[in-house]
Design a protein around this ligand. Structure first.
Ligand code: ZN
Length: 351
């Protein structure tokens, strides 16, 4: 046993109509003075549901911000502007506000609650935060949220790109777990069986795609559950290994190379498909899931630029030092280039 402290969210509410209950959740935990971070444009969307509930339970908003950037320096400045009476921070929105607020809470050592209004990646329940450091997007160590309140009624109104991004980030556990296990078998690092089990179980959603469509309420509910589990798996592992491997390296490289960026999970989903071919690992499951959910059709509407993708593929193994993935294998690049030219699906989504 190691004695590392593991945090798991104490407040976990996933379902319909949860936004209007936030005031009650807060007062029950004595979180009576709060700081709010909204993604740009989100306050209007949630105001009718959020504010009456806060008022009813006497919750005082002592700081409010609309977040449009993720610069780490701005987050640090903001953190020190937050009044000392603040009991909890809440991030409400898509990616940016959630990351920004998470880092502020981490600095201040205050509990943090995320209220994702779209579920485009696992950041709403992960111990890391994605911020701009010296102009470059970096995953910065932070603290896993104290709470997650995911209102499926609001998540249902999010743009389709977010939904498909969430689908891509969900399926990435297949290739991430393979990379981690191989790295362990080669003697490079420790494998945490429990974290592995949790990440593995988060993939149950792939068995539902025959019965459910991504538009279904139930599908989104399951997807949020799946992403929560993989976030907790990262906390248990003490690294992003359970949810991030070769496919995430390619996505990070695409962040550097692409002139026209896609959402994180869209890039990750495309890379997962390719990496499952390279790994010869559960490829049929990855393919079926991404086909049946309509992921490929969505990406094919605006394919990824082939030259830039190849550039990213070459850069990907250099993104993290001493980090084994399938991309570390000598013949992976040649194999990948061949798949890009010959695989019927890759020909549609990388052009
Ligand atoms: Zn991800």
């Amino acid at each position: 046993m190691n004695n590392k402290e593991i945090n798991i969210p104490s407040l976990l509410k996933i379902g319909s109509g949860k936004t209007s209950k936030i005031g009650k959740y807060l007062v029950d935990r004595n979180f009576t003075e709060i700081a709010l971070f909204f993604s740009d444009g989100i306050e209007n969307i949630v105001a009718d549901k959020l504010y009456p509930g806060l008022e009813k339970y006497g919750i005082k908003i002592v700081h409010k911000d609309n977040i449009s950037d993720i610069n780490i320096e701005n987050a640090i400045h903001t953190a020190f502007k937050i009044p000392s009476t603040t009991k909890v921070l809440l991030g409400i929105g898509g990616g940016k506000a959630l990351d920004y607020g998470k880092y502020c809470a981490h600095i201040l050592k205050l509990p943090y609650i995320t209220v994702p209004t779209s579920v485009s990646n696992d950041g709403f329940c992960s111990p890391n935060t994605s911020l701009l450091v010296a102009g470059k997007r970096k995953s910065v160590k932070s603290t896993i949220p104290y709470g997650v309140v995911a209102d499926i009624d609001i998540i249902e109104t999010a743009p389709k790109a977010s939904l498909y991004s969430g689908i891509g980030d969900t399926i990435s556990k297949i290739t991430a777990l393979w990379d981690w296990k191989q790295s362990f078998l080669k003697g490079y690092e420790y494998f945490n069986d429990f974290a592995g089990l949790m990440a593995y179980n988060s993939l149950d959603i792939i068995y539902l795609c025959d019965k459910l469509k991504p538009e279904d309420h139930e599908f989104k509910y399951r997807m949020v559950n799946s992403l929560v589990l993989s976030g907790i798996a990262m906390e248990i592992a003490g690294s992003s290994r359970p949810a991030s491997g070769s496919e995430h390296l390619i996505s990070h490289a695409l962040d550097v190379v692409l002139t026209s960026h896609k959402q994180h999970g869209i890039q990750v989903g495309v890379a997962t498909y390719l990496c499952s071919l390279l790994q010869d690992n559960r490829h049929k499951q990855v393919k079926d899931f991404l086909l049946k959910t309509g992921f490929f059709n969505f990406v094919a509407q605006e394919p990824i630029n082939k030259q830039e993708f190849i550039q990213a593929l070459k850069l990907a193994p250099t993104i993290k030092q001493n980090y084994y993935t399938v991309l570390s294998e000598k013949d992976s690049l040649d194999k990948a280039l061949n798949f890009i030219e010959t695989d019927d699906i890759l020909k549609q989504i990388i052009k």
